[in-house]
Each structure stands twice: as C-alpha cells, then as structure tokens.
Design a protein around this ligand. Structure first.
Ligand SMILES: Nc1ccn([C@H]2C[C@H](O)[C@@H](COP(=O)(O)OP(=O)(O)OP(=O)(O)O)O2)c(=O)n1
Length: 141
C-alpha cells in the first residue's frame, strides 16, 4: 500500500492537479506515466510492508498519509462518501478483472504468477484499501 501511495503521488503531481478532478493520464506528458508505462512498483525503494516495529506504521498513520495526499491536491470536495464508495467499486472491478476467465476448473497458484502480475494484483488491492481507509476518514469512522 505504501508503494502505491508513493506511485499515486508521481501520477498526480500536486502542481498540476491541485483542485482538479481529472485522470492521471491528463498529466502523462509531464510525468511520463501512461496506462502502460511507469506503473510498476517492483523496483520502488519504498517497502511493501514491514514487521520492523521501529517503522511504526499504523492504520492511523496510513490514513493520515492518504488524507495529506488528498488535502495537498485540494481534493476534499471530490472525496465525498458517494464518490469514494463508487471509486471502491471501480477498483474492485479492476481487481476482479485480473482473475476473470482464468478458468473455473484451474487452481490459482500464486507461485505461478509472474512478479509483474503479482505487482498488478497488489496495486489493485492497495487501491481498494486506500479508498476504504479514505472513506473511513471522511465519514469520521
Ligand atoms: N480523485 C482521486 C484519484 C486517485 N486517487 C488515488 C486513490 C487510488 O489509490 C488511486 C487511484 O488512481 P486512478 O484512478 O488513477 O487509478 P489506477 O491507479 O488504478 O490506474 P488505472 O485506472 O490506470 O489502473 O489514486 C484518489 O485518492 N483520488
């Protein structure tokens, strides 16, 4: 999730998207990130997860990172509970799409997934989690 939060920051440069609700592809010329290029978090220096107590990552801490991300971009007006609930469904759809039509009879074996495929799955799960945490925040849950 931390890697995806970091990537989101690169996809949506504050100076370009402040107060605007457009998709990250509007900024591709500036960021170099398109629907197919620059999406991987495999070589990101940010840790995917950590058991290191010194890092002290909590759900509250992640909630604050997500809140800062939205506030910096002045997105609070777009982050209504309804919009976020719809965004969760959209990201859940993207997650489901990665497993769709793999074959009902086949066992899904994680070890057989490439690193790139697992990165994609991880990012979609992170998107769902990020929006879910954001929904809790805006609803003060
Ligand atoms: N108005 C927005 C737009 C994005 N995000 C954050 C939350 C998600 O973690 C991520 C979603 O970004 P995109 O909608 O650009 O979608 P993806 O990253 O999934 O890209 P793609 O749709 O190409 O798979 O960015 C957000 O909080 N609020």
């Amino acid at each position: 999730m931390l890697k995806k939060i970091e990537l989101n920051g690169k996809k949506y440069p504050v100076e370009l998207c402040k107060g605007k609700s457009g998709k990250y592809t509007n900024y591709s010329d500036h960021t170099g990130i398109t629907t197919t290029v620059g999406q991987s978090t495999i070589n990101s220096p940010t840790k995917a997860c950590t058991n290191d107590m010194e890092d002290d990552i909590t759900i509250e801490g992640i909630m604050l990172m997500i809140r800062n991300f939205a506030n910096e971009r002045q997105w609070y007006r777009y982050h209504t509970p309804r919009n976020i609930a719809l965004a969760i469904l959209g990201e859940l759809g993207e997650l489901a799409e990665l497993f769709q039509w793999l074959g009902d009879g086949e066992r899904w074996i994680v070890d057989e997934f490439s690193e790139a495929a697992l990165d994609e799955v991880g990012q979609e799960i992170a998107d769902v989690a990020i929006y879910l945490i954001r929904l809790c925040d805006v609803c003060r849950i």
